[in-house]
Design a protein around this ligand. Sequence first.
Ligand code: ADP
Ligand code: MG
Length: 274
Amino acid sequence: MNILPEMPRVLALANQKGGVGKTTTAINLGTALAAIGEKVLVIDLDPQGNASTGLGIEHRDRGLSTYEILSGDCAMDEAIRETAVQRLWVAPSTMDLLGLELEIASTSDRAFRLRNAIENLTHSRLFKEIGFTYVLVDCPPSLNLLTINALSASHSILVPLQCEFFALEGLSQLLSTVEQVKSALNPELSIHGIVLTMYDSRNNLSSQVVADVRETMGEAVYDTIIPRNVRISEAPSYGKPALLYDLKCAGSQAYLRLASEIIQRERQLRSVAA
Ligand code: ADP
Ligand code: MG
């Protein structure tokens, strides 16, 4: 009997603003989920490739990347790399991704390249060996075709918001893009949650922002708040997730809490669906 492999949960980390913590969350939430037993694949969809660097894949030995995957030159399983973290893999990106949008713009499956690649991955030998349970897609800081590919391939979107004055700015545009993708490309897409990042307890503004965002977005906001923490910003220069660089620091501990919160929400979503 042929048993279909169970689909991993696919979560897109998206916000068209740069510097809000998407990549940091992809790396550290990925590591935290792996630390509590999940089998995680991080897909780097940002031409900057910071998630790949932060997971220890240096630019010079990147080999096959998400560019080749999305342009149809290789299958996802050929590009996936191990990381120093047990149960965590990455599909790295390169600057080549910058040209992809133009290359695929006039093809009919342009919005489904990633979705098809993940679907094919689930039929691969690698998938049968590993059995990924979570896929985190690190999006570029733009609502371009790459982000649209991520949203049409995902079950849910996870939005990092930086605790700063203009935190909510741009959120309505992002949410309306989610609605558009939902009605035109991916009816399954839901909002998993909003994670507040770079919270500074010494700064009154940070707590004001938390209060505002909670009031506006209600239950969508995770209980866990990621503090501003120097260890988190240092870790990528060592090619390591913060959880490997300094497990005890406040930032790593917050990402572990976020991972358990996400798993809990997943359980609730599944029990509602069942
Ligand atoms: P994005 O992917 O949304 O552009 P990044 O994750 O790259 O954002 O974060 C932007 C910058 O802020 C990076 O230099 C990163 O190291 C830093 N940063 C992110 N989260 C934290 C944090 N919790 N504490 C300190 N620095 C952080
Ligand atoms: Mg980024």
